[in-house]
Design a protein around this ligand. Structure first.
Ligand code: ACO
Length: 403
């Protein structure tokens, strides 16, 4: 819990609040969450309505600019993004340099970080035109890099984007298009991807958004700040949970463990095992995204004619949890990641691409958070205090005097 004022300094009392459970680092007008009621809104619009009616790039526009676009504004935004999917040719050498078994998330983080070396004309955080340009570049090039990261791990040649296609169609073709050069994305898959990217687009001051803001508060450029966000997202307690859910489901099936037996292990905290995809720092009722994801999973698997026994297993685990006091008392419900992996699998993505997909979706949120931070006159460089518990002053000992 929070421990107010274990430390007094010239600038005031210092609160000890591990994990920032009760510390607001900023005021924000982007995303509203009510964790007790299970409410999520971007710029005031309920996530359910956006997932139903909007597109990923329209939501990106909304998050970054604060308002839904008119037709003209959206056309301009979409074409400004979609014509920038190509990467500098020398990126090929960068990607060629990674080992075959490199995790696509790490490859993507390195690629995004490298954007700041290739696109030096858009690094000034205080120049609006440059920030706009780097925004288009990030939205366009992150999906290309994500697809390339996947191809690197397979040892496949890189393909060029085809900018007659939409951003999502292009991404799917770049990922799955080899050796089928004339790959055309299934509209069912495109629609599911639009919705999933919308659901992941922002989530206020989560770990990766906070990382982006913290790095940006030192006035680092947008590319560098976003690469820090990708690093944070890669952890299993954050974005990496979607892959961890799939590994958990595969593990249960491979070992032939009964779902009830597995849940006993979770409750007994055997070797720290958790029910991945369950629980959330803020949602203590339910995660509204999880409801939408479950529906997409049902739709996509049915429409693609995929039968995946892991869906049944996941539903069994959820059913057990919803009736069990351990989970009820701790207010643990499925989060957005519990069912996403099953959709990604049905589409054909390998498990190590799941968090990469999350990163594509979260890009507009990171940009909006960084932009809000840069324009906020109250922004200061992020610099938490500590409660020091180490030695008091000691006198240096020469090597000969040490035992
Ligand atoms: N399975 C079993 N027990 C759990 C789980 C879980 N998934 N999550 C929390 N608990 C238990 C903890 O053991 C703890 O129990 P205790 O009170 O007996 O010590 C209690 O519930 C509170 O848990 P904390 O870890 O203190 O809660 P916190 O808010 O710090 O953690 C988190 C939230 C990290 C999401 C946690 O629920 C978790 O590890 N979940 C699994 C990983 C996951 O799905 N992450 C994705 C988050 S959503 C996202 O990033 C998109």
């Amino acid at each position: 819990g929070i421990d107010i004022a274990p430390l007094r300094t010239t600038t005031g009392d210092v609160a000890y609040d591990p994990g920032f459970m009760n510390t607001a680092n900023t005021k924000s007008a982007i995303t509203y969450i009510d964790g007790d009621e299970g409410i999520l809104r971007y710029r005031g619009y309920p996530i359910e309505q956006l997932a139903e009616h909007s597109t990923y790039l329209e939501v990106a526009y909304l998050l970054i600019n604060g308002e839904l676009p008119t037709t003209g504004q959206l056309d301009n935004f979409v074409s400004s993004v979609e014509r920038r999917t190509l990467l500098d040719e020398r990126f090929k050498q960068l990607f060629d340099g990674f080992p075959r078994n490199a995790h696509p998330m790490r490859v993507m983080q390195a690629g995004v970080s490298a954007l700041s070396t290739f696109y030096q004309d858009s690094l000034d955080p205080f120049d609006e035109d440059q920030v706009r340009l780097s925004t288009y570049r990030l939205l366009a090039k992150i999906p290309t890099m994500a697809a390339y990261a996947r191809r690197v791990s397979q040892g496949h040649a890189l393909m060029y984007p085809d900018n007659r296609l939409s951003l999502i169609e292009n991404f799917l073709r770049l990922t799955f298009g080899f050796p089928v050069e004339d790959y055309i994305a299934d509209p069912i898959v495109v629609e599911a991807m639009e919705k999933l990217l919308i659901l992941h687009a922002d989530h206020e001051q989560n770990c990766s958004a906070s990382a982006v803001r913290l790095v940006g508060s030192a006035q680092a450029d947008l590319f560098t700040s976003i690469s820090a966000g990708i690093g944070a997202l890669s952890g299993p307690a954050h974005g990496g949970a979607n892959a961890a859910v799939m590994e958990m489901l595969d593990g249960i099936r491979a070992s032939g463990t009964d779902p009830r037996q597995f849940m006993e292990k979770v409750k007994n905290k055997e070797k720290g095992v958790r029910l991945m995809g369950f629980g959330h720092r803020v949602y203590k009722n339910y995660d509204p995204r999880a409801k939408i994801v479950k529906k997409i999973a049902d739709d996509v698997l049915e429409r693609l004619g995929v039968h995946d026994e892991r869906l049944e297993l996941a539903m069994q685990l959820e059913e057990i949890a919803l009736k069990d006091d351990y989970f009820i008392e701790r207010k643990l419900y499925p989060n957005v990641d519990f069912y996403t992996g099953l959709i990604y699998k049905a589409i054909g993505f390998p498990t190590d691409m799941f968090t990469v997909l999350f990163a594509i979706g979260r890009t507009p949120g990171w940009i909006a958070q960084w932009d809000e931070m840069i324009h906020d006159p109250e922004t200061k460089i992020g610099r938490p205090r500590q409660v020091y518990i180490g030695h008091t002053e000691r006198t240096y000992q020469p090597m000969s005097a040490r035992t």
